[in-house]
Design a protein around this ligand. Structure first.
Ligand SMILES: [Zn+2]
Ligand SMILES: [Zn+2]
Length: 374
């Protein structure tokens, strides 16, 4: 079924102020109010529709989600959408809007008795990513063991055709007065365990619990640049609520696995390249493989010292907060061969003999360590 646009329902535009939205809703609510349209199903539908639209557009966060994603952003298990099936719910929710308009009508309505909606618990879980996945962002499927709404009774806990009844022992208060000698004190009602209501015929699937435990597969979208120990919040993916309460959230703690060839520091990505001595001395051009398997062509200057950092801007991690991308930093290392054939050995000796004017080994040694020791 296609849902009508909330802005159209309320006759407002995206740029309308909160006050204009409220005014427009008031007008509609007045027009279709049940007290003015007794037994008019159509008016009742309009009234509910307007209340649903207002519940979203009057809430800055929900409005933003709706503007961005439409109905998909505020519907379903995310718990953000509020679809009203009961007129009393509407009066409970928007008392402030109706307060002055329908003094008699709304305040004269008796408070709904029966189970109060309870929000579901938040859940927490861990998720492990490779460094590459954290660099690129990814979609991951995880298993979540959570309470979901019992679809047989639609979160009501009652068998089809039956309903919750007020506990007659305590008349819905959940407490009974006990008398002992001169003293009188309140005690939890034993007939309803202090709940104030009973479910005479519980739903056979959830046994009156209004929800059932289920193992669910949930697809999580991980943003590029996510860092180790970051916490992601999935609204509505915690336990479902009881008796129409909203769902809790699922908190995911991210673990990023370490890798041999790459590591992360702040938003910079580090890697190393190991080159033979002669390439460092003479200089060269090489391709370095980045973590996303793309290649960066870099220039090694002649006389390149060991541990030199070659910086490439914009190829590090995406910043999660704010804009921008870190750097890719390539640390140059020297490959020292442990095995040389006779010919190479001779050539190296000859080379050593010919070094001539090049600064002494002692200076080279000290400058190398200065780099590390600061
Ligand atoms: Zn009771
Ligand atoms: Zn059920």
């Amino acid at each position: 079924m296609n849902k009508q646009d909330y802005y159209v329902i309320l006759g407002v535009s995206k740029s309308s102020t909160a006050d204009e939205i409220k005014k427009s809703y008031r007008k509609l609510a007045m027009k279709y109010h049940p007290d003015r349209n007794p037994d008019n199903k159509k008016a009742e539908e309009k009234f509910k529709e307007a209340a649903e639209a207002y519940s979203i557009l009057s809430d800055a966060t929900k409005k933003q989600r709706y503007d961005q994603f439409g109905h998909a952003g505020v519907d379903g298990s995310s718990g953000a959408g509020q679809s009203y099936s009961d007129m009393d719910d509407i009066f409970e929710h928007f008392g402030d809007v109706f307060g002055s308009m329908f003094n008699q009508g709304s305040s004269g309505r008796k408070k709904k008795v029966g189970p109060a909606p309870q929000r579901g618990h938040d859940l927490s879980q861990e998720i492990t990513l490779s460094l590459k996945e954290s660099y690129l962002g990814c979609k991951k499927e995880i298993g979540v063991y959570r309470y979901v709404i019992c679809s047989d009774c639609n979160n009501k806990g009652t068998a089809p055709g039956t309903s919750v009844v007020v506990c007659t022992d305590c008349r819905g208060s959940g407490q009974v007065a006990m008398r002992q000698g001169f003293f009188s004190f309140a005690q939890q009602c034993g007939g309803c365990w202090g709940q104030g209501f009973k479910i005479p015929s519980p739903c056979s699937i959830c046994r009156g619990q209004t929800r059932i435990q289920k193992h669910e597969r949930v697809t999580v979208t991980i943003p590029a640049g996510i860092y180790d120990k970051a916490e992601l919040r999935l609204n509505g993916k915690g336990d479902s609520g009881v008796f129409g309460g909203t769902s809790g959230s699922l908190f995911l703690t991210v673990n990023v696995k370490e890798e041999k060839q790459f590591f992360r520091k702040d938003v910079d990505l580090y890697t190393t390249i190991t080159l033979p001595y002669h390439q460092l001395v003479l200089g060269c051009e090489v391709d370095v493989k980045n973590i996303d398997d793309t290649f960066e062509k870099i220039k090694i200057p002649h006389g390149c010292p060991v541990a030199k950092e070659i910086v490439i801007l914009g190829k590090g991690f995406k910043k999660i907060q704010g804009h921008g991308v870190g750097r890719l930093i390539i640390i140059v290392q020297c490959d020292i061969p442990t095995k040389l054939n006779k010919k190479a050995k001779e050539a190296l000796s000859e080379y050593a003999d010919n070094l001539g004017d090049i600064p002494s080994g002692k200076d080279l040694f000290s400058s190398f360590f200065k780099k590390f020791l600061g």
